[in-house]
Design a protein around this ligand. Sequence first.
Ligand SMILES: CC(C)(COP(=O)(O)OP(=O)(O)OC[C@H]1O[C@@H](n2cnc3c(N)ncnc32)[C@H](O)[C@@H]1OP(=O)(O)O)[C@@H](O)C(=O)NCCC(=O)NCCS
Length: 203
Amino acid sequence: MGAPTEEASTETAKHSETDTVNDATVINKTTKTQKPTTHRIALGDVTNNNLGQLKRLNIVLFPVSYSEKFYKDVLEVGEFAKLAYFNDICVGAVCCRRESIPNTSPEQAKLYIMTLGVLAPYRNLGIGTALLEHILHHATSGTTNRQKFTEIYLHVQVSNEEALAFYKKYDFEIVGTVEGYYKKISPSNAYVLSRKLVKNQDI
Ligand SMILES: CC(C)(COP(=O)(O)OP(=O)(O)OC[C@H]1O[C@@H](n2cnc3c(N)ncnc32)[C@H](O)[C@@H]1OP(=O)(O)O)[C@@H](O)C(=O)NCCC(=O)NCCS
């Protein structure tokens, strides 16, 4: 989807280098100028019980509203929808969908990032990276299902420099522009960002 946030707070948490990044944990490395701090980043499943949490996050993070079907589908995508917690506070989420590719074998698919966002005060702490790495891992590991994901892609509003910098860092490329993609927000144009995927066993 890709869009600037509308939170009242624009405070940005200070970036810290990380020692360890996996699906669940980031431990801060302290710098000379910082007091020692430790925080914990964890990812959790989206379930019927916390779906309201995801809806509230998306309302704050994105200037478009998502349908009940969006949330129903999110409950079916397994590892491709996750909530992110910073010291047990829910601060971010990613929601993807699988898309089949016409005229190819049924197991070939693309992964579309519908939403990926982190509340503004918790940005630049590696939480967006943890969410993206999680879905990249599951799209390429072959452990989630038998599907072979050949590509991961998304739309980003052309003015969303923060998101463009984030995705470019992770080797996404602009492969197109869709004029008038957004109906109710300006600018209405979206870039299509894409990254080709290779299964681990193919590397
Ligand atoms: C894009 C977004 C998810 C990034 O989340 P995040 O938790 O801040 O990302 P990270 O802390 O993991 O940042 C990783 C890297 O992205 C790049 N990056 C992130 N924000 C950046 C910014 N504002 N300017 C430049 N680079 C940025 C940096 O290279 C950063 O690495 P570094 O800290 O080592 O320099 C977040 O800005 C966001 O939620 N934006 C609003 C929602 C949105 O537009 N989503 C994208 C479309 S679905």
